[in-house]
Design a protein around this ligand. Structure first.
Ligand code: AMP
Ligand code: MG
Length: 481
């Protein structure tokens, strides 16, 4: 049986929902299916794998009563405002209700042109959809809030990029697709009643406690500041670089979304950028927190008319709430770094904080692989410091640091529980996607299996833990549009 889909978004916010239909693919074939997620959602796995499932996962035949819509939103892209972005190659099929009563969006990416497509063809290539599938699974396994891929279907059509590529549709599950850009779109319309409805919808969906607050719009904003500060701190702790932190890619839910040119950093360097279009390094690893703060300021601006009748008071409230961002982010990041270093809660912050601050320049100066460093460090806590020491050029520097760290009694087992052995390393992702595009899905499926089990080292997977070879330099990622 196909699941029942509701249309809360389309009903609550018809001004943001354009009824639309997905393109019917000529020869659909399920190439990646997230059975674990299907089960978690209480979906019928056998049906989803069959012809009816293909109809759902591509949108060609949505379940009865479903009301697919293209969502309208605006957004700042690389700092420049676009008043009308919207789903140019995506559709919201509807919402699933989970046994716990919460809703999840079922959304398609690559489902054909919509009125928001502008110059685009509305399609997606197989490689980028599989990329989103594997990276979002990696993020989920790392405990990082994220949208997830329920499955990827090859359409049987080819899409025209620099060369013709196999086309695909991804079915994505998200706690919602409300973005900072959704609020920007509504604020720009000047329709205050609609803005109020959007706030109510977002509160009901994501931050229900805000409904009880004296100032619900302010409480919503504070909640988004908190969840997003925590989210980006989590990215930083695993070396994740989103690559395109436009305001339309910043969610209200606090989930990571829209994995385009994203990648995991190997050699630690705050200036790391992989995206081919990010010439100025706006979305570099080390800029992600300041960029998020900037995006949150854009969200605050949209809410000003609801914060207080007096504009000056409203702005003061927004500024104060945004002011909480830096503290929250710093706490979240430092708490995570303490855990990565295996420091017990009774280690005073006056010792932990400078220890963290002094580590980062050492990592940067020696181009140390960010992921494997922390696993090797756990071995150092067990008595074997050589794997850590051998990757540093500045030996006296790291030795002095190790001595200070050891004096705090780090717990290696606690470290191994939070520091991944396996992340989706760029060279492995590229190999898997190239093979998949050429028709061999085996490396892709293996990679998905590996990144879903990030914390326990397995000898047979050693290959996936290795940083890219030296000749894999100048790695670039593309938006894949
Ligand atoms: P993204 O980079 O996926 O976050 O997309 C940014 C904007 O460009 C959104 O409005 C997308 O719908 C739109 N877009 C991206 N790729 C395409 C495409 N192939 N066809 C039409 N619109 C697209
Ligand atoms: Mg986007």
């Amino acid at each position: 049986m196909l699941p029942h889909l509701s249309a809360h978004f389309a009903t609550d916010l018809p001004e943001l929902a354009l009824d639309w239909k997905a393109e019917v693919p000529p020869a659909p074939r399920l190439v990646a299916f997230n059975e674990t997620l299907a089960e978690e959602l209480g979906l019928d796995v056998e049906t989803l794998r069959g012809p009816e499932g293909l109809g759902l996962l591509t949108g060609a035949s949505p379940p009865e009563g479903a009301r697919p819509v293209a969502q309208a939103y605006a957004g700042h892209q690389f700092g420049g405002y676009s008043p009308r972005l919207g789903d140019g190659r995506a559709l919201l099929l509807g919402e699933l209700r989970l046994p716990d009563g919460t809703l999840r969006d079922l959304h398609l990416k690559g489902s054909g042109r919509t009125p928001f497509s502008r110059g685009g063809d509305g399609f997606a290539a197989l490689g980028p959809m599989l990329r989103e599938h594997v990276i979002s699974e990696a993020m989920h396994a790392l405990g990082i809030p994220t949208t997830r891929s329920l499955g990827v279907v090859a359409t049987g059509a080819s899409v025209r990029r620099e060369t013709p590529l196999p086309g695909a549709v991804m079915a994505r599950v998200a706690s919602s697709h409300l973005r900072v850009g959704t609020f920007q779109y509504v604020a720009a319309s000047g329709d205050l009643a609609l803005l109020r409805r959007l706030v109510d919808h977002a509160i009901a969906r994501h931050h229900p406690q805000a409904a009880e607050a004296d100032n619900p719009a302010l409480a919503l904003f504070e909640s988004v500041v908190t969840v997003q500060a925590d989210l980006v701190a989590r990215w930083m702790l695993v070396g994740f670089i989103h690559g395109v932190m436009n305001t339309d890619n910043t969610t209200i839910s606090g989930e990571s979304i829209d994995y385009g040119p994203c990648a995991f950093m190997e050699a630690f360097d705050p200036r790391t950028v992989f995206s081919s279009i990010d010439h100025g390094g706006r979305y570099a690893y080390g800029n992600q927190a300041p960029v998020l703060e900037w995006n949150l300021a854009r969200l605050a601006e949209t809410l000003v008319p609801l914060l207080d009748e007096d504009e000056e008071t409203a702005v003061a409230l927004a500024v104060e709430a945004l002011g909480a961002f830096r503290t929250r982010y710093a706490e979240s990041w430092l708490g995570g770094m303490r855990a990565k270093l295996g420091l017990a809660t009774d280690v005073p912050q006056e010792l932990a904080h400078p220890l963290v601050d002094d580590l980062l320049p050492l990592l940067a100066a020696s181009h140390v692989d960010f992921t494997s460093f922390f696993r090797n460090l756990a071995d150092a806590a067990r008595g074997d410091a050589e794997p850590v020491r051998e990757v540093f050029l500045d030996l006296p520097g790291i030795d002095a640091w190790l001595e200070r760290w050891r004096a705090l009694g780090p717990d290696p087992a606690a470290m191994d529980a939070v520091n991944p052995v396996y992340v989706a390393r760029n060279h492995r992702v590229e190999e898997a996607l190239a093979a998949a595009t050429a028709g061999d899905l085996e490396p892709f499926h293996r990679l998905v299996e590996v990144v879903r089990h990030p914390y326990v080292a397995r000898p047979e997977w050693a290959w996936y833990a290795e940083p890219a070879p030296d000749d894999f330099t100048g790695y670039q990622t593309f938006c894949g549009t």
